[in-house]
Design a protein around this ligand. Structure first.
Ligand code: HEM
Ligand SMILES: *[C@@H]1O[C@H](CO)[C@@H](O)[C@H](O)[C@H]1NC(C)=O
Ligand SMILES: *[C@@H]1O[C@H](CO)[C@@H](O)[C@H](O)[C@H]1NC(C)=O
Length: 361
């Protein structure tokens, strides 16, 4: 036992030494102000400044930042093991944008691509890398987010992705899990799908119900917190816009939208316990989202051939918040779906009711 502790300590010392050696090896970029571990990453600073100023409203977790993250997924997930693993995070959604943004699940991304394309064009970075870089940078603007890794040097698409590879909110849990399992030579396990969906903590829908654009998936869409996992587990009572929209379920909070897919994943026995495990666990949210997102961002690519430029991505602002039930709601409103573990006991936020009584059809 004592030996094991000593060995662990020595490993830590060695790691710290290695890290400080790494620090001394940093190079100063030609701009004279930024330093990186790999000089190949230097041009990304000018791109970073351009994106922050001209797309993300000076570093905000704004709608364009949310869309930039969504775009990383819609480019990456378009790869299938069944048909030979062509595609993935290869920029095809930007290179063949007229074709791919016309696919139904990519609705709304035509505008995002149109905003991003001119920025990509004025920097020496290919569309595949650009999309993933913009997404990692976008997430760094959201308080509470993890610092996502970014690797440079992707090969780009020579053909558009076929339609039918991006999940839809009206798909069944089995369809969604099958699709993710088929994405790439390794695929995604059930739990990894839940990890990836942490993205919906900084998200809203514009086109699911076009009458209510910008309806968020949790009560804190500008913060990377665990409210999304809590709020999707609550008994749903209200539609913010129209009733009966395809792919939408009742949410528990006025002004919020719940996707049917998120509703079902939160309740299915293959995913419910993993879903619940994120509630009020920001450390797990960080660790697992980094894993899942990195995997998405490298679909169809060989990580060993890429350059680690993660140090160009800013460290996001930290937050210290407890997950809370929306005002007037409590553990009584939880639709418990995980059979193994009780839902955590949490406080309810003060304030007036945002939830409304059940809507009668
Ligand atoms: C089961 C899988 C998924 C489904 C069915 C799904 C579906 C959707 C839908 C329908 C929207 C609203 C689009 C609109 O009407 O504007 C949306 C938004 C979004 N999704 Fe997903 N999604 C999935 C997984 C993911 C993943 C894995 C990520 C990222 C890693 C992601 C990131 C986002 C973001 C950031 C938004 C917000 C965009 C905005 O605010 O404009 N989604 N998703
Ligand atoms: C990918 O396809 C190969 C060949 O058909 C198959 O052996 C392998 O199990 C598949 N991988 C996944 C993750 O489905
Ligand atoms: C989930 O439920 C289905 C049917 O309700 C059952 O057949 C299956 O074995 C369950 N799976 C797990 C992992 O508990």
């Amino acid at each position: 036992m004592a030996f094991k502790t000593l060995a662990t300590l020595l490993t830590i010392v060695a790691t710290v030494q290695a890290a400080s050696t790494g620090l001394t090896k940093r190079v100063v970029c030609p701009d004279g102000k930024n330093t990186v571990t790999n000089a190949a990453c230097c041009p990304l600073f000018a791109l970073r400044d351009d994106l922050q100023r001209n797309l993300f409203n000076n570093g905000a977790c704004n709608a364009e930042a949310h869309e930039a993250l969504r775009l990383t997924f819609h480019d990456g997930i378009a790869i299938s093991n069944k048909t030979g693993n062509h595609g993935g995070a290869d920029g095809s959604i930007m290179i063949f944008d007229r074709i791919e943004t016309a696919f139904h699940p990519n609705i709304g991304l035509d505008e995002v691509v149109a905003q991003q394309k001119p920025i990509q064009a004025r920097h020496s970075i290919n569309p595949a890398d650009f999309i993933q870089f913009a997404g990692a940078l976008a997430v760094s603007n959201c308080p509470g987010a993890p610092q996502l890794p970014f690797f440079l040097g992707r090969k780009v698409a020579t053909a558009p992705a076929p339609d039918g590879l991006v999940p839809e909110p009206f798909h069944t849990v089995e369809q969604i899990l099958d699709r993710f399992a088929d994405a790439g030579p390794v695929g995604f396990e059930d739990v990894e799908v839940v990890w990836a969906l942490s993205a919906h903590t900084i998200a809203a829908a514009n086109d699911v119900d076009p009458n209510t654009p910008g309806t968020p998936f949790d009560s804190t869409p500008a913060i990377f917190d665990t409210q999304f996992f809590l709020e999707t587990q609550l008994h749903g009572t209200t539609f913010t816009g129209r009733t009966g929209v395809k792919g939408e379920e009742r949410s528990a909070v006025r002004g919020e939208m719940r996707l049917q897919s998120d509703h079902l994943l939160a309740r299915h026995n293959r995913t419910a316990c993993e879903w619940q495990s994120f509630v009020n666990n920001p450390q797990k949210l960080h660790d697992r989202f980094i894993d899942a997102w990195l995997k998405i961002s490298l679909l169809g690519q060989d990580q060993d051939l890429l350059t680690d430029c993660s140090d160009v991505i800013p460290v996001p602002k930290t937050i210290n918040v407890q997950a809370t039930f929306p005002p007037t709601l409590s553990n009584k409103n939880v639709e418990q779906a995980c059979a193994d573990t009780a839902f955590p006991t949490l406080a309810s936020a003060p304030g007036p009711a945002t939830a409304v009584p059940p809507v009668r059809r």
